[in-house]
Design a protein around this ligand. Sequence first.
Ligand SMILES: Nc1ccn([C@@H]2O[C@H](COP(=O)(O)OP(=O)(O)OP(=O)(O)O)[C@@H](O)[C@H]2O)c(=O)n1
Ligand SMILES: C[C@](O)(CO)[C@H](O)COP(=O)(O)O
Length: 218
Amino acid sequence: MEVVAVVPAAGSGERLGAGSPKALVEVAGVAMVTRAVDGLLASGVVDEVIVVAPPDHLEEMAAVTTTGRVVPGGHDRVASVALGLAEAPDADVVLVHDAARCLCPAAVVSAVVEAVRAGAPAVVPAIPVADTVRRARPEGGVELVDRTGLLAVQTPQGFDADLLRRAHAAAGEHRATDDAGLVEALGGRIVTVPGDPRAFKITTPLDLAMAEALVRAL
Ligand SMILES: Nc1ccn([C@@H]2O[C@H](COP(=O)(O)OP(=O)(O)OP(=O)(O)O)[C@@H](O)[C@H]2O)c(=O)n1
Ligand SMILES: C[C@](O)(CO)[C@H](O)COP(=O)(O)O
């Protein structure tokens, strides 16, 4: 079974505001994309990594991605994943892993692949929501949401490759925030495995500071 990881890394990182593509921003001296690729390969269950990069930063991305193949990305995450997926026609299992979740422990990667190998066609790591949750009402005010069973979904997400190809082919203009959402739109069932707080997505400058502190503390 060939396991290929697609790493969407083509975002600009507007909310981080670093002035360069987020995946190239360093966490304690190492680019996020390098950390993400190394983490995937450290699991020992990934055969190849395809990094989807901003089209105007391919060379810089290749310079810090020596163990993965770099291909140009698209205008949003769904488009970027689809372009990476097209580069893996022989894959049996595909992982999709945000470059921005670059501190994800290898054990989470292995758990996702193990669940797909065991027969689950779509697997996401997830952690229980720790905050009290309220929804803003369109008419104003907020209402309490029962958080029982609510999970925050992370990456890598793992898929039977043919199912993921069908989900992307059927997506059209539908924009799910993750790949499991596209599979679900086809009627597919999503299985969860335990995620890890260290797999948090670096989105804002505070997240970056927390990632730096985490690397230094480990
Ligand atoms: N056109 C895009 C947009 C996003 N991504 C990737 O999708 C992942 C999750 O997106 P997010 O963390 O929201 O990154 P950005 O879109 O770069 O962030 P922002 O919305 O702040 O610009 C990131 O690894 C990002 O590089 C991508 O490959 N192609
Ligand atoms: C894929 C993802 O990381 C799962 O939590 C998330 O949905 C990405 O969201 P964003 O809209 O790209 O920030």
